[in-house]
Design a protein around this ligand. Structure first.
Ligand code: BTX
Length: 251
């Protein structure tokens, strides 16, 4: 906590040896009136959640963090915070470790084509008329990717750098960058966010394939709309995809 450079994010910080899921724990705190910026970190999670009931493997050595936000945003804009988190995380990993980080739509953080981190945004409902959001962030840091299930195309900071990283420092920088992103969104700079997101995006202005419900769509990845939908140009015709059961492959 001494390393924090933020105003609100992480000023209330709870650290656990082990939790089922930091997102679940912070939802309980939200219900009990937890403050904007509250952070929960666990050294390991026993049932970390991914999107759509998927499991996020969370062994010792990773950064497993959840954040409670009550931003001054409409609900529609608040949903953009998962994009903000993606940008803040990509920027942090790039700045701290000089890595080439990409964001694969909708919000996978990848290095060398493999997933190094994931983000899970959840609307935690309205308490005392303030919209409350939960952002869960998982970074594969100080463990070997080989400890994860073999099917998972994952990579860790330790795999890439060959040494462990300082998790306190990583957390402090991440929260600092994320606070900047939240503030810029609160000031209405959606275009800036989309620009920064696009600068990290895999496959932008290039041919990609989208798989949705067993059907494959090919086209040029033109970018994302303000609501996060992906825009594909199929021979001059634009089609949009919302996240969900959709996957993107660069050609
Ligand atoms: P996602 O649904 O995009 O990714 C889940 C998928 O990623 C899994 O189905 C699996 O294939 C793969 N996967 C599982 N574990 C890992 C891992 N450690 N590294 C790389 N790939 C993996 C992404 O969901 C959102 C993840 C958020 C995790 C954070 S951790 C703190 C917070 N608490 C919590 O329960 N979830 C969030």
């Amino acid at each position: 906590q001494q390393e924090l450079r933020t105003q609100a994010l992480g000023r209330q910080l709870f650290l656990f040896e082990e939790l089922p899921s930091t997102n679940d724990r912070i939802k309980d705190m939200a219900r009990q009136g937890g403050e904007h910026g509250t952070v929960v970190i666990a050294k390991r999670q026993t049932i970390g959640h991914g999107r759509m009931q998927r499991v996020w493997e969370s062994p010792d050595g990773g950064l497993w963090l959840s954040l409670l936000l009550k931003p001054r945003l409409s609900l529609g804009d608040a949903a953009k915070l998962t994009l903000s988190a993606g940008v803040a995380l990509a920027q942090t990993l790039q700045d701290l470790y000089r890595l080439e980080v990409r964001i694969k739509w909708p919000n996978d953080i990848v290095i060398q084509g493999r997933k190094i981190a994931g983000i899970l945004g959840e609307v935690a409902g309205e308490w005392n008329t303030v919209q409350t959001l939960i952002l869960g962030i998982g970074v594969n840091a100080n463990f070997s990717g080989q400890t994860l299930s073999p099917k998972i195309p994952a990579i860790t900071l330790q795999d890439i750098l060959g040494h462990e990283v300082n998790l306190n420092h990583l957390t402090a920088e991440l929260l600092f960058n994320l606070e900047k992103e939240v503030q810029s969104l609160e000031q209405g700079d959606v275009q800036g966010l989309i620009q920064r997101w696009t600068s990290f995006a895999v496959g932008i202005n290039r041919p990609v394939r989208i798989e949705k419900a067993g059907i494959s769509y090919g086209g040029i990845f033109k970018g994302i709309r303000e609501n996060g939908e992906l825009v594909l140009d199929q021979e001059g015709q634009e089609i949009t995809f919302s996240s969900g059961e959709v996957s993107l492959r660069a050609e």
